[in-house]
Design a protein around this ligand. Structure first.
Ligand SMILES: Nc1ncnc2c1ncn2[C@@H]1O[C@H](COP(=O)(O)OP(=O)(O)OP(=O)(O)O)[C@@H](O)[C@H]1O
Ligand SMILES: C[C@@](O)(CCO)CC(=O)[O-]
Length: 531
């Protein structure tokens, strides 16, 4: 179990110039996950190191050509099972521009150090089930792969490929899933059942779109250190993990590996992000895609989607400063879909007024990108931080006028303002969830302690996180040096039992976390798009 995932030689080993924005793969590309993926999967391990397993290259026009995997060769091979592997993706904070970004305006978002972790276990050939185990939300469900509605998803007019740009859900396909959602968590109260059905529906839509009936039995087990529904993009992290996992299983990703060219890494990231967006559409209805984009790519980005039929514009902000931020969860659950729909309704009723509020938010995002991008921006200078802080205050005020704040969010603002130690805005969808406070430099320790005590007393939760971490990462196979119960080769195999029994966020981080002892832990690999 030593081979990395499709390192440089997966089914599609793309070498591209520039970002991968084309959907122009010729028909001959080895993307027909229809009847081929069992063969691809069967050959996955033994094909490592071979370039005959179907490669895609870039022709002069930047489009992608690929030779079809040689079936004959694959059939001859034995069928070693894919090792268990893990995928991880970070949550995010939106620093500026939430809600406006749904309406085509710019937003600035950064990855945080809280992450989701997905363990993928392939079952032996005789087991024909696909299982989701999401203990954080008390959800565990299996489907028989052979009973799923493959024929509906495989119709030529419906079939999608790993490189497809899907910008809306197909209602006929959504309808075909309903009988498989009807059996989910029948004994749970309606609100919990809805969350489970959303998780199930978004997974099945992606599984049936990308896979085929010959997919092997699998278990997908997820644990997250991100509070659910707090505005920190928890759903996007699951979308990104699932997308990366399925694309890896289908051998349609190359890498990640340390010496991968940035252009190639960008192509892989783009692929993962496209399918993560499909998953997000199922949960949120009409998301902008900023959450899944920053979760896939990591670091910080300036994001804008003016035309929903096209990929968004994503500008990485490599020099995003290490801002002294306090992240507070009101612990009031909210629904992104609900808040987004509320703003859309307000805009329909008062198009001009709401239009100008959204324009103002856009200007706030643009101005803050300019300030934060200044070469001499100094995070220890009160004057510099004040300029960003004032923009945060303005942004929050505009969000309040859109009706997406909440009395508990206002209470955090009140407490921070009272101590005079920083600037606060809600982050994410609002209606509850989290807010961020930019702290003044050299904040009086006593004041900060007083604030923390008050937050605690009033039931708020403070989060320690750093901004701008890595995006989606892969641990292949699921073996890690974690300073715990390691084997002779100095690694610990992460199995289902260990993963499920890790206690709380700390236990998960200690067992599989991408950051061990402050730095990056050996074993996890990331697509590096920085050039
Ligand atoms: N730990 C988890 N395990 C399983 N599913 C989860 C988990 N966290 C989130 N989800 C899924 O994501 C949904 C929550 O999405 P929601 O938009 O309400 O929150 P969010 O993504 O944290 O917030 P925002 O979009 O504002 O950043 C849940 O309904 C569930 O389907
Ligand atoms: C509220 C929103 O702008 C951010 C949610 O994190 C929704 C979206 O962008 O899809």
């Amino acid at each position: 179990m030593t081979a990395p995932p499709a390192s440089t030689n997966g089914v599609a080993n793309g070498h591209h110039n520039g970002t991968f924005h084309s959907d122009s793969e010729p028909d001959s590309v080895s993307t027909d996950t229809g009847s081929d993926d069992a063969a691809s999967l069967d050959s996955a391990q033994s094909a490592e190191g071979s370039t005959t397993n179907g490669t895609a290259t870039t022709n002069g026009n930047g489009t992608h050509r690929a030779s079809r995997p040689r079936r004959k060769m694959k059939r001859k091979q034995s069928s070693p099972m894919m090792p268990a592997f893990m995928v991880s993706a970070p949550g995010k904070v939106i620093v500026f521009g939430e809600h406006a970004v749904v309406h085509g305006k710019a937003a600035i978002a950064a990855a945080i150090s809280l992450r989701s972790y997905l363990l993928v276990t392939t079952l032996s050939k005789s087991k024909r089930t696909v299982t989701l185990k999401f203990p954080d939300i008390d959800f565990d469900h299996s489907w028989n792969i052979d009973e799923l509605p493959w024929s509906v998803f495989q119709q030529p007019s419906k079939k999608k490929y790993y490189y497809s740009l899907v910008t809306e859900l197909d209602l006929e396909l959504v309808a075909a899933l309903q009988p498989f959602l009807a059996t989910v968590s029948p004994d749970q109260p309606a609100n919990i059942r809805k969350v489970h059905q959303n998780s199930a529906g978004s997974f099945l839509y992606m599984f049936l779109s990308l896979g085929s009936q010959s997919f092997p039995g699998c278990q997908y087990t997820l644990r997250s250190t991100i509070p659910l529904g707090a505005g920190l993009g928890s759903s996007a992290t699951i979308a990104v993990c699932m997308s990366a996992a399925l694309l890896l299983q289908l051998r349609t990703l190359s890498g990640p590996h340390p010496d991968q060219p940035a252009d190639e890494a960008r192509t892989q990231i783009e692929r993962i992000n496209r399918w993560a967006y499909v998953y997000e559409m199922f949960i949120h209805g009409n998301p902008s895609g900023v959450d899944n984009t920053v979760s896939t790519q990591g670091k910080a980005v300036m994001f804008q989607r003016t035309d929903y039929d096209k990929p968004p514009s994503v500008r990485p902000l490599w020099d995003f400063p290490e801002l002294p931020l306090l992240l507070v969860d009101t612990r009031v659950p909210k629904s992104t879909a609900h808040e987004v729909a509320k703003v859309a309704r307000l805009r329909n009723t008062h198009p001009k007024l709401v239009g100008s509020i959204l324009d103002s938010i856009d200007k706030v995002s643009e101005s803050s990108a300019a300030v934060l991008g200044e070469d001499d921006f100094d995070t220890t200078s009160e004057a510099d931080l004040a300029r960003v802080g004032e923009l945060m205050t303005i942004n929050h005020g505009l969000l309040v006028s859109l009706g997406v704040s909440h009395p508990r969010l206002e209470r955090v603002r009140e407490l921070v303002d009272h101590q005079g130690i920083g600037w606060t805005k809600l982050t994410g969808a609002g209606g509850g969830g989290c807010c961020i406070t930019l702290l003044k430099p050299d904040v009086d320790r006593a004041k900060l302690q007083k604030l923390e005590g008050q937050l605690d007393e009033e039931g708020f939760q403070k989060f320690e996180t750093t901004l701008g971490g890595d995006g989606v990462g892969v641990l292949w196979p699921a073996v890690l040096k974690n300073g715990m119960d390691e084997d002779d080769e100095g690694g610990m195999e992460i199995d289902l039992e260990k993963f499920l029994s890790a206690e709380g966020n700390e236990g998960v981080e200690r067992l599989v976390g991408v950051h061990g002892g402050g730095g990056e832990r050996e074993g996890w690999n990331f697509w590096r798009v920085e050039s």
